[in-house]
Design a protein around this ligand. Structure first.
Ligand code: 4NP
Length: 149
């Protein structure tokens, strides 16, 4: 299964979701192909932002090898599942999605109650809360996909 995480800049939320899910999948012995992208291209080629890298490193995730890229229409055939971090990114991806695309496009967080958006830490600088939401969301995702108990 191939999963693409999607946010705005691809330097905070989606690379974190990529690294966290990759680690969970490895721990569970799952073979998942995981990547991330942004709907915007301003940070193309950049590593994840320093605050996010530092918060992630303190919890054992290495974001340093990741580089930002912008989603393109071919991603909708490369991936089985594209998961948006907020509704703005979901809408941007819906607008880009080719009619016959194979990828399912959904929100990353799918809770019965509460928010289904991962708050953007770029302006708030609250990387710890963002990371905690993503850790919980990644566990819930693997359970939702029935890949783990
Ligand atoms: P991300 O955060 O979408 O989680 O990577 C952002 C990064 C950069 C900007 C916005 C959000 N920006 O406006 O440059």
């Amino acid at each position: 299964m191939r999963i693409l995480f999607l946010c705005l800049g691809n330097i905070c939320r989606s690379p974190t979701a990529e690294a966290v899910t990759r680690q969970l999948a490895a721990q569970a012995g799952l073979r998942l192909e995981i990547d991330s992208a942004g709907t915007g291209g301003w940070h193309r080629g950049e590593a994840p932002c320093a605050g996010m890298q530092n918060a992630a490193a303190r919890r054992g995730y290495d974001l340093s090898p990741l580089r930002a890229r912008q989603i393109d229409r071919a991603d909708f055939d490369r991936f089985d599942l594209i998961l948006a971090m907020d509704r703005q990114n979901l809408r941007a991806a819906q607008a880009l999605r080719p009619d016959a695309a194979r990828a399912r496009l959904e929100m990353f967080l799918q809770t019965e109650t509460g928010t289904d958006e991962v708050p953007d830490p770029w302006f708030s600088q609250d990387f710890e809360t963002c990371l905690s939401i993503i850790e919980d969301g990644a566990k819930a995702l693997l359970a939702r996909l029935q890949l783990v108990q």
